[in-house]
Structures are given as C-alpha cells and as structure tokens.
Design a binder for this molecule. Sequence first.
Ligand SMILES: [Zn+2]
Length: 255
Amino acid sequence: MPAEIRVFRCLDDNIGALIHDPETGACAAIDAPEEKPIVAALAEAGWRLSDILVTHRHADHVQGIEALKARFGCRVVAPAKAAGEVPGMDETVRDGDTVRVGGLSAVVWDTPGHCRDHIAYWFAADGAVFAGDTLFTLGCGRVSESSYGEMWTSLSRLAALPDAARVYSGHDYTIANARFALAVDPDNAAVKARAAEAERAKAEGRFLIPSTIGTEKATNPFLRAGEPAVARSAGQEGRDPAAVFQALREWKNRF
Ligand SMILES: [Zn+2]
C-alpha cells in the first residue's frame, strides 16, 4: 500500500509533514518545527508518531522534538554532521543510508548548501522527496556555511529525480518566490501561470506544497540557471550554471 502524506502549517511559515505506512501504522514527522500542530495533525488522521526524520539542525526544524519524544517515545533520526546539535537524537544517518519507517523506506541524500549538515529523504517507492530548506516551491534556501557550488550540486541532484517526484519543502515562501521568479523569467508562460496559481491558492488558504520536480524545472529560477534567458537576466550570459545560480541567489537575497 502506498504511503499517506499530510502537510500543514507550523510556526509562521514552516511546513510540517507526516508520512504514514498504512500496513504497519508507523508514522514519521519530517522535522519538528512545533509540537501542537503536529499533535493536532496526528489526531486528525488517527496516526501515532513512531519516528522523526530531521533534515537539518536549525531551531525552527528541531524545537518540537523533545516534547514529541516525551509524548510518543518516537525515534529521532538526524544527520551525522549535526551529531550533538539535535535534541533527542537516537540515530545518525549519512549520504546513501536507508531509513525505514515501518515498511516504507527512504534513501538519505547529503544536500549541503543551506547549511553544512542538510540532508534530504527520498522515498523512491512513493515518489516523494522531503527536501527541507534546500528546494522550495519556486525557490531555494539561503546559502550559509557551505559554498554556492555545493548548494548548486545539491539542487542539481534533486532536479535529476523523475519529473513526477513530489517535493515536500520545509517552508512556504511561495508568494515571495513567485515575485522573484517573475522578475528573473518574465517571458516564461509557465512561471506566470504558476504565480497566478500561487496567488489563488493563498486566497483560498492553501499552499503549493507538494510541488513536483517537473514543475520546479519549468518554473523555479534556481533550477533554471542553465537556461540562456535566465543567465541573461542575472547578468551572467555565457557563464556556467553554477555561476548563474550564485548570481541569482545573491540577487534574491537583496530582492
Ligand atoms: Zn533552515
């Protein structure tokens, strides 16, 4: 049976996510931004938390762990590079490791860039990747601790997933990201349509998570750094995509 996934808001703009195995009843939270909405989402679905899979050590992704662990006795899996920096950590994982949630399984990918310890969880059989603060709908995370080149490599790895792969991000910055995408790629009809879709979703109290890799490759300026029109827009005509990516990310920081 396929995994069941729920997403919901936490804090101001974090996105909480639960993945549930209907066969075994196992259920993992991806990160733990805030206890209350996670407990509420579990209660609404009738699921019990067995695991927390941490994408990176930033406070807004781990601050709910201790309360959830006290309540559910769940296992906490976190990046080996964040050892000692994630509360309640039980197991550490690194690139290529497999994490099981009941009968579901995810491969761990190192995705440094937003921070040095960042990892993503790719549930291949379910076609879902939990990308944390690496890849957002129409955007990507800020780069700190790691180089722009490392972030570009991480994004390129995610972009190589199948087009149908669903992308679950750690934040909803879609409206701001859409404005930037339009500034970078003003003649791209797919970006215009996606920006309009984001505005509509917001008006209806929804958000565009998950996205898919195919949609992001067509609309996300950071995944389109190899497109001549995007390079031109970033003032990097003829440069390699990694350099275009850096110029775009620095532009977005000032945008
Ligand atoms: Zn973060």
